[in-house]
Design a binder for this molecule. Structure first.
Ligand code: GLT
Ligand code: MN
Ligand code: MN
Length: 389
């Protein structure tokens, strides 16, 4: 019997949000095309397709007006459904964008009551997550932004955001929730401009917090692509800073509206470099697919979508292994990485190293004349991706 090498297994840590496979296909121009699934039904679907984890916003599970008793029952029932279907709940997040109260943002809104309500709601989401065993809290500021910058000074918005994140870090500490906070950037949509438009912006914000050690980022492929940026570079910077706490995998044609396509659906080569990076550095966190099925699909199509996300990841992982093991590629990479003439190392600054560097004579013409076989390297990559190598 042959086993499918691309079958998802728990150690791959593939997760989906209740809002992803549960997305009924509503868009700004059209009504839902699929029936709304209950959280229990979504857990069953995710168990069936072989996912490891399920993530949620507070209100994906608990209606915004639920009483404490209803909340407790719903969370308990859902925890049992997850157990039945072999799922963990690695991450929770707060819906701070659907309710009209948050139309001017939550943590950055002008009205102090709205800001306080936002923080209260996030505390509630943390309580729910803690009950379900979640250790990662994603914060996506869906409405933290503007249509007109007449509304407030943008630096004031940053100060308000800091106040809220600091408060929530203390809440996690004092309740021994042990959360790691993962801040998720997006350039626009649903607001015209969102604050903290890129992962890089959040990496600059984190060191200004009271508990920077608790806070990292949750880069999303589609959000970096919407801004025309290179996701792998954003992820690499987060990783190198020790801040890659979570990741949202999906896809997006550059320059379009927020598409949230199946992972690898639009830019398979970019997806390849991303998977190769995550696997090479040994990223051990969840691989969360924050995407949804095309609006043309029914329930079977939703399963095709979910299976496709995981399968594509595993295929690209296999391609990365091939790429690394390919003798022609390794030789080329080694050659491209080699120095071409003697030169003093930069290293640690001292008077002596500075003097050595000042006095060194480079053969600049030779450096400029060196040919770099990146065409061949990229073609070999393409041939691996297209399956002829
Ligand atoms: C929403 C958004 C996502 C965020 C989710 C978390 S909600 O679907 O488009 O990118 O990760 O709030
Ligand atoms: Mn998105
Ligand atoms: Mn996301």
């Amino acid at each position: 019997m042959t086993t499918d090498p691309f079958e998802p297994r728990p150690e791959h840590k593939f997760s989906f949000g209740l809002w992803t496979v549960g997305n009924p296909g509503r868009d700004p121009f059209g009504d839902p095309v699929r029936p709304r699934l209950s959280p229990g039904e979504i857990a069953a679907l995710l168990g069936e397709v072989g996912a490891w984890g399920v993530n949620l916003h507070d209100n994906d599970l608990v209606p915004i007006d639920a009483t404490p008793a209803e909340r407790d029952r719903i969370v308990r029932d859902f925890g049992q459904a997850c157990e039945r279907h072999g799922l963990v709940v690695p991450m929770v997040t707060t819906n701070l964008f659907t309710d009209p109260a948050f139309k001017d943002g939550a943590f950055t809104a002008n009205d102090p009551a709205v800001r306080a309500l936002g923080v209260q709601k996030a505390m509630g989401a943390m309580d729910i997550g803690a009950q379900l065993g979640a250790k990662i809290l994603v914060m996506w500021g869906g409405r933290e932004g503007t249509e007109t910058d007449g509304c407030r000074r943008p630096d004031v918005a940053i100060q308000r955001l800091r106040e809220a994140v600091n408060f929530l870090c203390e809440y996690s500490i004092s309740n021994k929730y042990d959360y790691r906070f993962a801040l998720e950037a997006k350039p626009n949509e649903p607001r015209s401009d969102l604050y903290m438009a890129t992962t890089g912006a959040y990496l600059g914000f984190i060191p200004t917090l009271d508990h920077p050690e608790l806070v990292g980022v949750n880069p999303e492929v589609a959000h970096e692509h919407m801004a025309g940026l290179n996701m792998t570079h954003a992820v690499a910077q987060a990783w190198e800073a020790g801040k890659l706490f979570h990741i949202d995998l999906n896809d997006q044609v550059i320059g379009r509206y927020d598409q949230d396509f199946r992972f690898g659906a639009a830019n398979p080569k970019a997806a390849f470099w991303l998977v190769k990076f995550l696997e090479e550095v040994g990223y051990a966190g969840p691989r969360h697919f924050d995407a949804h099925a095309y609006r043309t699909e029914g329930l079977e199509g939703v399963k095709d979508f979910a299976r496709g996300c995981m399968r594509t990841y595993l295929i690209l992982k296999d391609k990365a292994v091939r790429w690394i093991a390919d003798p022609e590629i390794s030789e080329l990479v080694a050659e491209l990485d080699r120095g071409s003439q003697p030169s003093p190392p930069i290293g640690q600054y001292s008077d002596a190293t500075a003097r050595a560097l000042r006095e060194h004579r480079f053969d600049r013409q030779a450096l400029g004349a060196r040919e770099l076989a990146y065409e061949r390297l990229d073609q070999l990559t393409i041939e691996i991706l297209l399956g002829v190598r």
